[in-house]
Design a protein around this ligand. Structure first.
Ligand code: ASP
Length: 343
């Protein structure tokens, strides 16, 4: 029916369309579109919160703290700063806020002390750093960043991490009881009273209120993520959760996503939760919202915790399968959320 040249043209157009379609599908995670000048950020303050049990005043205190801490990163990103700086500085602000379980206000371990964990990851290079079981470092997230930038290691713990901190005057040190607050002591004492008849060492307690995390996307399209925590109330000495484990509690990869998790750390470690989310996007080509849904409903057990994430287009996902999660975000379209989760 077609003359020879037209058939050839149709055939060529078909293959061109087919080729382009395959290129787009094969690299859809990197084909994200971030409008010029746009950025996005999300934070969490833990998934152990029970909004229904809070007074109006307590809710307001959480919301104010979340808004103030979000504003720290927002200002950096709006001014053209990097996602990495936004993550570090926002988490420092969260660590300074005693309402949250990171830095001051960290939970007590079974020996009545504080052992802090933190990690940070640069999505543009996959550089990452983490510290665990530190006890005198006021802002563990900044020491995690030093591990990332100034050492060949990824994770340093306890005495080794403290020795690294000794070399940096800008890493502020405090006595261990500086992290204590009366609220956390009460929570710990109540937990111990409940466990008295049981075997304490086997129970690290319910998801604590207030691990903190931040994910950010800067105007250059780079992603970063970080997480910082005191762990779980009454945790055994030396116990380390998911927060300082790259791929479990924290992960960032440009073109894919940035993730920070919170909840029962052991569940997030055994499911490689943060990288699992990235893998669902990268290999299964799921949009961020669907990938998070699959992870939270099919992979992680009920009541495990929550996940905040951002994709390369600045879409935000804030999800939890516990009774609440303190969270705040600003997506690339300017939509702002400050919430303690449902109900
Ligand atoms: N994931 C933290 C841990 O297991 C605790 C939390 O997020 O509440 O140490």
């Amino acid at each position: 029916m077609f003359s020879e040249p037209s058939a050839l043209r149709v055939h060529s157009i078909f293959w061109l369309v087919y080729f382009c379609f395959n290129c787009i599908m094969a690299d859809s995670t990197n084909a994200a579109y971030l409008p010029p000048g746009k950025y996005a950020i999300a934070i969490h303050g833990g998934a152990g919160i029970e909004p229904a049990k809070l007074t109006i005043k307590e809710k307001a205190a959480y919301e104010t703290a979340l808004s103030d801490c979000l504003a720290v990163g927002e200002k950096i990103l709006a001014g053209g700063g990097t996602a990495l700086d936004a993550v570090e500085q926002t988490i420092r602000a969260l660590e300074e806020e005693p309402l949250f379980n990171a830095g001051r206000g960290a939970v007590f371990n079974s020996a009545g002390k504080h052992e802090l964990d933190a990690s940070i990851m640069d999505g543009s290079t996959r550089a990452c750093g983490a510290v665990a079981s530190v006890s005198t470092v006021r802002n563990p997230i900044s020491l995690a960043r030093i591990v990332m930038t100034d050492t060949k290691q990824v994770l340093l713990i306890a005495e080794g991490a403290e020795k690294l901190a000794d070399r940096y005057p800008r890493i502020e040190r405090v006595s261990n009881d500086w992290f204590s607050t009366p609220e956390r002591r009460k929570e710990w004492e109540e937990k111990r009273a409940k466990l008295k008849a049981k075997e304490e060492a086997k129970d690290a307690g319910p998801a604590s209120k207030g691990t903190v995390g931040c994910v950010a996307l800067d105007k250059a399209g780079h992603l970063a993520a970080g997480t910082s925590t005191g762990g779980m109330t009454n945790k055994p000495v030396g116990r380390i959760g998911d927060s300082p484990i790259i791929g479990a509690g924290t992960y960032a990869e440009d073109g894919v996503c940035a993730v920070s998790c919170t909840g029962t750390g052991e569940e997030f470690i055994r499911t490689n939760a943060a990288f699992h989310l990235a893998a669902l996007i990268r290999y299964k080509k799921l949009p961020l919202a669907e990938a998070t849904e699959e992870l939270l409903t099919k992979i992680l057990p009920a009541d495990a915790g929550g996940i905040i994430s951002l994709d390369a287009s600045g879409n935000v996902s804030l999800r939890h399968n516990t009774s609440g999660m303190s969270q705040a975000s600003l997506d690339a379209n300017g939509k702002r959320v400050v919430s303690l989760g449902s109900p």
